[in-house]
Design a protein around this ligand. Structure first.
Ligand code: CP
Length: 335
């Protein structure tokens, strides 16, 4: 593994091994190899805010004797340019062509968070910023959520599902869209669908018409389901889809057709307020309620559901640390 940026078919066996490693690390939380990363440094480059991602990486580096440095682009460090051949007479004072190799001299591994711009779906699909870091860095890159994927979240989500359901294969995973107050990126729902497909689950993606996810990512999820002998469906009726689920994964995302039209996006969210997930969406006593967090209560998920026995959102967040610990140890040959 020379980085952890996007999931491909080649990722599947390494992912399985990472999950075994993460589960083992978690089970030995009081006997961690405290010096495994002694003298090793992780640089984290944030173009966007974070609570879990930053803290989970800092925590795991500290627990294994390493160190993490957090840079907030355009805040406590220079604004960065990623486009090649541009005249840099705007806000960006430094190009990733210099920043990535320089940071690679100081750090053993780099994490990058760079959300989708939500102006141009085709442009977002290129995932240009994280790819620029991967091209110009000389150390492994970890995707801490890019325009297209949040693979660390996906790994933690699959770990959580397998922890709770034991054998996830053949169980039903429903990713349901929910309303919000503003359009959000599609990276988390992409990674959630890939995680469930890679785990051998039946996958349903439920959303109102007009909220289609990236076609290439959905094709990959569909193919992985076919290879596992499970189903992959798109549903436009939320309640029956969710009530059949063993896992209800809730996420809001914006409509690509409404990028650049905030008033229309807001109106669309209002028109779909009945997609806010509530207890009536759970048809099975043991069904899991998942969300990557942060979540807006009573907009995305009603209190009655988020405070119910179904929720595993805090376990999901904890598992970010164990999953990422396995990733960092693998990338730094510290297993
Ligand atoms: N789920 C997640 O990535 O959380 P943060 O945005 O707080 O890092």
């Amino acid at each position: 593994m020379d980085g952890f940026v996007h999931w491909t078919a080649d990722s599947l066996e390494p992912l399985r091994k990472l999950l075994v490693a993460a589960t083992t690390l978690k089970s030995r939380r009081d006997r961690l190899p405290k010096d495994a990363l002694r003298g090793r440094v992780m640089g984290m480059v944030f173009f966007n805010p974070s609570l879990r991602t930053r803290t989970s990486f800092e925590s795991l580096m500290a627990r294994l004797g390493g160190h993490a440095i957090c840079l907030n682009v355009g805040g406590d460090t220079w604004a960065l340019e990623h486009r090649d051949g541009v005249v840099m007479d705007g806000a960006a004072a430094e190009h990733i062509r210099e920043a990535a190799p320089v940071l690679s001299r100081y750090c053993d591994v780099l994490g990058v968070r760079t959300f989708a711009g939500l102006k141009d779906a085709a442009g977002d699909a290129k995932d240009a910023v994280i790819r620029s870091f991967a091209r110009h860095a000389t150390v492994p890159i970890i995707n801490m959520e890019s325009a297209m994927e949040h693979p660390c979240q996906g790994l933690a989500d699959r770990m959580t599902i397998e922890e709770k359901l034991r054998d996830a294969r053949g169980k039903r995973f429903v990713l349901t869209w929910a309303p919000h107050v503003k359009g959000l990126p599609m990276a988390v729902p992409h990674s959630a669908a890939l995680a469930a497909a890679s785990a051998g689950m039946h996958v349903t993606v439920a959303h109102p018409p007009g909220y289609e996810l990236n076609a290439d990512v959905m094709a990959t999820a569909r193919r992985w389901c076919a290879e596992a002998g499970t189903s992959f469906e798109i549903a436009h009726e939320q309640t029956p889809a969710c009530r059949a689920a063993d896992v209800v994964y809730v996420k809001s995302w914006g409509s690509a057709a409404l990028y650049g039209k905030p008033d229309e996006q807001t109106a669309s969210f209002r028109a779909h307020r009945d997609w806010t997930v509530a207890l009536r969406h759970f048809g099975k006593d043991e069904a899991l309620l998942m969300h990557c967090l942060p979540v807006r209560r009573n907009v995305v998920i009603a209190d009655e559901a988020l405070d119910s026995r179904h929720r595993v959102v805090v376990d999901q967040a904890e598992n970010r640390m164990w999953a990422q610990m396995a990733v960092v140890m693998k990338l730094l040959n510290a297993e």
